[in-house]
Ligand binder design. Structure first.
Ligand SMILES: Cc1ncc(COP(=O)(O)O)c(C=O)c1O
Length: 350
């Protein structure tokens, strides 16, 4: 604390990211990274772009926006890119989600949402997930300024169908609905086909998970032009160059590599099914996951102690000390070998 702090700083409770250990040999199943290296084309493109580091990057990141637009069948001025989807989300909260009525999101969801609300002074209401940890759309039929949902939800991994997202959009014709699709490529239905007919939909995605580029920091939003213009106005009042030349080049090549993408995500979905089976055989309750992680609890073991025991044996998983989910572990789907090691350790512990 210091007398030099602006008043808002005293009120902040910042997001705490998952641990990034310094030592080698740890199996990291705690931050939903992809266990495989990114597309080799992305690495080649990054190396080539390093020759242009003397120059500022394109402030509009046009090559990347055009690549994303072509890939998803939208116009490039319906695409916004940022330094990870966290930055895209931050600009969305500031540009589009600050109104008089409260913003709605689930009580169990991405824990950055309330952090942005406090940073920007946004009123919010947390809507409880039902007893099975699912989003119930009827619970969102209440006065609000906007809704934001991850789909699949994090940390639960459960997903809504596209028809359900469309019902949410028609329930809220005058409110923005933001769908955070950080994990959508692992089996859920994207809301992107709804963008053309719903001016109240903004979809946000990331290259951190399904493209294995968490370290490059690239995320994007797709929505109708007026929404994108709001994001651009905030971005250009904050940082002209959020994406560096390496990120732009690597992201373009990664998005174009359909073969790498198809193979890697199918492998992760297959390994997820095997992990769910193995955990269930050990007596865990595992929520149905359409993400690259599973959310599981054991009826006779506390989540905190299982996470600590695993950590002591070199395997990191994520545990949240939060009501309703304190006995769950969020486990990233690693390689088959990493998941095998986890299951072997859990067999000794439960
Ligand atoms: C639901 C959700 N949204 C967004 C993000 C942010 O991802 P990134 O900033 O790496 O794009 C995460 C990261 O874990 C997430 O879980």
């Amino acid at each position: 604390m210091s007398r030099f702090w602006s008043p808002v700083v005293h009120t902040l409770s910042p997001y705490v990211p998952g641990e990034q250990p310094k030592q080698d040999g740890i199996i990291k199943l705690n931050t939903n990274e992809n266990p495989y290296p990114p597309s080799p084309h992305a690495l080649t493109a990054i190396a080539a772009a390093s020759e242009r580091l003397r120059l500022y990057p394109d402030p509009r990141a046009s090559a990347l926006r055009e690549t994303i637009a072509a890939h998803y069948g939208v116009a490039s001025d319906e695409v916004f890119v940022g330094n990870g989807s966290d930055e895209v989300l931050a600009h969305t909260f500031q540009a589009l989600l600050k109104h008089d009525a409260p913003l709605l999101f689930p009580d169990i969801t991405y824990s950055f949402y309330p952090v942005y609300c406090r940073l920007y002074g946004i009123a919010f209401t947390e809507v409880p997930l039902d007893a099975a940890m699912n989003v119930q759309l009827a619970d969102y039929r209440r006065p609000c300024s906007a809704v934001i949902l991850p789909n699949p939800n994090a940390p639960t991994g459960t997903a809504l169908a596209r028809t359900e997202i469309e019902s949410l959009l028609t329930d809220h014709p005058d409110q923005l609905v933001v769908i955070d699709e950080a994990y959508v490529d692992f089996g859920a239905e994207s809301a992107l086909p709804l963008v053309a007919r719903h001016d109240n939909l903004l979809v946000i995605q990331t290259l951190s998970k399904s493209r294995a580029l968490a370290g490059l920091r690239v995320g994007f939003a797709i929505g109708q032009r007026p929404l994108i213009e709001a994001l651009e106005r905030v971005k250009d009042s904050f940082n002209s160059y959020p994406l560096d030349s390496l990120a732009i080049a690597g992201a373009v090549a990664a998005i174009k590599d359909d073969a790498w993408f198809a193979e890697t995500r199918h492998r992760i979905m297959k390994d997820r099914a095997a992990l769910v089976r193995a955990l269930s055989e050990l007596g865990f309750e595992v929520l149905p996951s359409e993400a690259n992680f599973v959310f599981a609890r054991h009826p006779s073991h506390r989540g905190a102690s299982l996470a600590a025991e695993l950590r002591a044996r070199g395997v990191l998983v994520r545990h949240f000390q939060k009501p309703r989910i304190e006995d769950f572990l969020r486990i990233t789907v690693g390689t088959a070998e990493q998941c095998g090691r986890l299951v072997t350790l859990l067999r000794e512990l439960v």
